[in-house]
Design a binder for this molecule. Structure first.
Ligand code: SF4
Length: 170
């Protein structure tokens, strides 16, 4: 039996996606979200009792099968609720020189606050390459936005953000 930090509860995966960030990506849909954004496209991912568990090793096995991948996207649901396991998976993904993008309903600033209580959230923010932050807001929906649903959401380049000490957009 896996420990919690070795497995992730998911709604599903796309083994090859070109709509969840730059390049060709393996996309993991985390199960569980409390943001309850009106108009959410993935309502089936909200219930923390739904979905199924998959081990980190299993994800890596699948990722290793595709040499064309540029990166891995964690979306949902909201992956931040399983920050520990996603961090452990991230370490293995970075060993493979793949980039990591996270979609979360929390804002960057909210994540910094949460990280004070739960340091692994800070560790996760410290290892990823891209963050698309904030809830989906129907009134701000814009179908022309690349990779984002609503204008309030930011596509943050985390490498440059860490380097410059201020938010740098992709
Ligand atoms: S954060 Fe994402 S998954 Fe959660 S309710 Fe909002 S749009 Fe849906």
């Amino acid at each position: 039996m896996c420990q919690d930090e070795e497995k992730i509860k998911i709604a599903g995966v796309y083994r090859q996606s070109i709509v969840d960030g730059p390049g060709i990506r393996f996309t993991i849909f985390a199960q569980g979200c409390t943001h309850d954004c009106p108009g959410c496209h993935n309502p089936d991912t909200h219930d923390f009792d739904g979905g199924y568990y998959c081990s980190i090793d299993r994800f890596i096995e699948e990722i290793d099968k595709n040499p064309l991948l540029d990166g891995v996207t964690f979306t949902g649901g909201d992956p931040v609720y399983q920050a520990e396991a996603f961090y452990n998976l991230s370490v293995k993904i970075k060993e493979r020189n793949l980039n990591i993008l996270i979609y979360t309903g929390f804002t960057y600033e909210e994540l910094l606050e949460l990280a004070k209580e739960k340091p692994v959230i800070g560790k996760l923010m410290g290892i990823i390459d891209y963050l698309i932050d904030g809830r989906f807001i129907m009134e701000e929906r814009d179908l022309t936005l690349e990779f984002r649903g609503s204008k309030n959401q930011r596509f943050i380049d985390m490498n440059l953000t860490r380097e410059q000490g201020k938010i740098v957009l992709y």
